[in-house]
Structures are given as structure tokens and as C-alpha cells.
Design a protein around this ligand. Structure first.
Ligand SMILES: C[S@@+](CC[C@H](N)C(=O)[O-])C[C@H]1O[C@@H](n2cnc3c(N)ncnc32)[C@H](O)[C@@H]1O
Length: 289
């Protein structure tokens, strides 16, 4: 099917800015090349909806003019990437992963922390922070005194995303009541404070998480290996070769015996599957080579 067949006529949509299939194709190409995200013709309206505020902010009168701008202006191109990503997430989303981690990994890892060892966790594509905060709250539980001892030990959770705006929300750690609805009450009492309509994550928890910008397709500066990685609901936007390459790199960055958790509609590529044992719902244990 051609782009022309999929894009509804402008008159039918009453768009503010002129937007033609070639504009969509140019944006889709830039996004794919930089982020690996596929934006097929059927996503044209989504693309328009996300770039239109940037076209307006730049004082331009068409998406075509905006395309010419982002081809030249790197800062604006980064703003477009920020605007185009889908950042949907939730506290305790797919919480069976956190249950698995707490049962399978945490007894050994918390023991290691108490005896002076280090524990490294990575939330890859963490969006606005709900995933890493949930993970740490689930592991530490509601007992703040016991948790403080572990937080003083060598425990670090790296949380990365390519989108600077969601990372800013994550770092701030302030969430409205509707977002916090899925946090179990005991954990909410222990780790969030402030008026119920808008609560702040305890700085103790926040400071154990390093929020950093990172493109999963780019270079990774991390040297050491992780004990567990959550890389959930991002690979759905990638094509098969990109998924396979990413999963292979994630495997390289995991300790043997470490866990990889992926999203509910994601699967391991055939080339990578042999490096893991499937031990639960989208939960994979890295095995020795
Ligand atoms: C749908 S959210 C998933 C958030 C969280 N992992 C979860 O499952 O709730 C996908 C996130 O992936 C990020 N993302 C997309 N492409 C990326 C890339 N190439 N590198 C790093 N992050 C990327 C987006 O910015 C977005 O925040």
C-alpha cells in the first residue's frame, strides 16, 4: 500500500499544518536511523500529532519546512526525537517481573550487599521512572530501617532512556495520585510523601538510582555487568535485526545467573535464545556459555 493511500486527505482532517507522505517518510527515516523505531505509513497521523507542537513552537507553517529544519539543526532534531517516542509506563506494570526478582534474585543479592559486595541493576528504557522506582520498592519492601542498611551498601540501579523529558520527570520523582494508584499501599506509605494528590519519592530511594540518557542503539559507556536488566516494552518498536542485536548486547552486559526481563509482547530472537533459560513469563536467566 502506498503512503498516499494511507494518509487521509488534509481537508478531511483539518490539519493546522500542511503534511504530505514525503514529510512522514523523511521523519520516519531519521527516527529509524537514530533510534531504531519503526514508523510505518499507518503511523502518519501519530507522527503528525507529535511533531505539530514542534512545528508551531518553531514558528513554521508546514511539516515540510520543519523537515528541512531538522535535517540541518541537530538540537531541534533531538527535540523531535524526544517528542516522537511513546513513553507509556506505569508503577508496578507487569509486576510478575518484580515478584520473580524478589523471589529468585533478591535473597542472594541482598546477602551479597550485607557482606560488602556490589549489586548492579539496569532499567533500560525506563521512561518517566515508574519502572525503576517500582523495582527498587519491590526489592526493599516497606521496612525502611532494613532498607536503609542496604541502600548504604554498594547497590546501584542504572535507569536510562533516550528521551530527556521523561528522564527529567523520573529525576524529579513527583507523581500525581492517578499515577500512584498501582503502588501497593504499604510501599506507598514507606516510600512516598506529601499530599495524596501529588507525592514525592523518598530521596533515599531516588539517590540509589542513576538516571542517564542512553540510546540503546548507540555506544554504551557501562563497563561492568549487571545482575538483572529490565528492558521492557521498547523492543516492540524495533525491527527483528535491531531486536536481535540489542538482545545480544544485553546478554553481554549480564552476569551469568543474572536475569533479563522483557515486555509481555516481546520474545527472544532465535540467535540469542540459547544464551538464556526461560524461567517464567518473559523472564530469562542467563546461562553459562
Ligand atoms: C513504552 S516506554 C516503556 C517504559 C518501561 N520500560 C515500561 O515497560 O513501562 C518505551 C521507552 O523506550 C524509550 N526508547 C525508545 N527508543 C529508544 C532507544 N533507541 N534507546 C533508548 N530508549 C528508547 C522511549 O523514550 C520510552 O520512554
Amino acid at each position: 500500500m502506498t503512503a498516499a493511500a494511507v494518509l487521509p486527505p488534509e481537508s478531511a482532517l483539518k490539519r493546522e499544518f500542511h503534511f504530505v507522505p514525503a514529510d512522514h517518510q523523511a521523519i520516519a527515516r531519521l527516527v529509524y536511523d537514530e533510534l531504531g523505531i519503526l514508523l510505518p505509513e499507518g503511523k502518519a497521523q501519530l507522527v503528525y500529532g507529535r511533531v505539530a507542537p514542534r512545528v508551531r513552537a518553531c514558528g513554521l507553517d508546514s511539516v515540510g519546512a520543519y523537515v528541512r529544519l531538522i535535517e540541518q539543526d541537530e538540537d531541534e532534531r533531538l527535540r523531535m526525537f524526544d517528542a516522537i517516542t511513546t513513553n507509556h509506563t506505569a508503577f508496578f506494570r507487569e509486576s510478575h517481573h518484580f515478584d520473580d526478582f524478589v523471589e529468585r534474585m533478591w535473597p542472594r543479592l541482598s546477602q551479597r550487599l550485607q557482606s560488602g559486595g556490589r549489586v548492579r541493576l539496569w532499567s533500560a528504557a525506563c521512561s518517566s521512572g515508574e519502572e525503576p522506582y517500582s523495582w527498587l520498592m519491590a526489592a526493599l519492601g516497606p521496612d525502611r530501617t532494613a532498607a536503609q542498611r542496604l541502600l548504604r551498601a554498594d547497590l546501584k540501579l542504572l535507569a536510562t532512556d533516550v528521551s530527556p523529558s521523561v528522564l527529567a520527570t523520573a529525576r524529579a520523582g513527583i507523581y500525581p495520585a492517578a499515577t500512584l494508584r498501582t503502588v501497593p499501599p504499604a510501599l506507598r506509605n514507606a516510600w512516598l510523601s506529601g499530599p495524596s494528590e501529588r507525592q514525592t519519592v523518598d530521596p533515599l530511594l531516588r539517590d540509589a538510582i542513576a538516571f542517564r540518557p542512553l540510546n540503546l542503539l548507540g555506544a554504551w559507556p557501562m563497563r561492568g555487568r549487571f545482575d538483572a536488566i529490565c528492558c521492557r516494552n521498547v523492543m516492540i518498536y524495533f525491527d527483528e535485526p535491531t531486536k536481535a542485536r540489542l538482545q545480544s548486547r544485553l546478554a553481554d552486559h549480564l552476569e551469568t545467573g543474572g536475569m533479563l526481563y522483557i515486555g509481555h509482547s516481546e520474545r527472544l530472537a532465535d540467535d540469542v535464545a540459547h544464551r538464556f533459560e526461560s524461567v517464567g513469563r518473559t523472564a530469562y536467566l542467563k546461562v553459562a556459555a
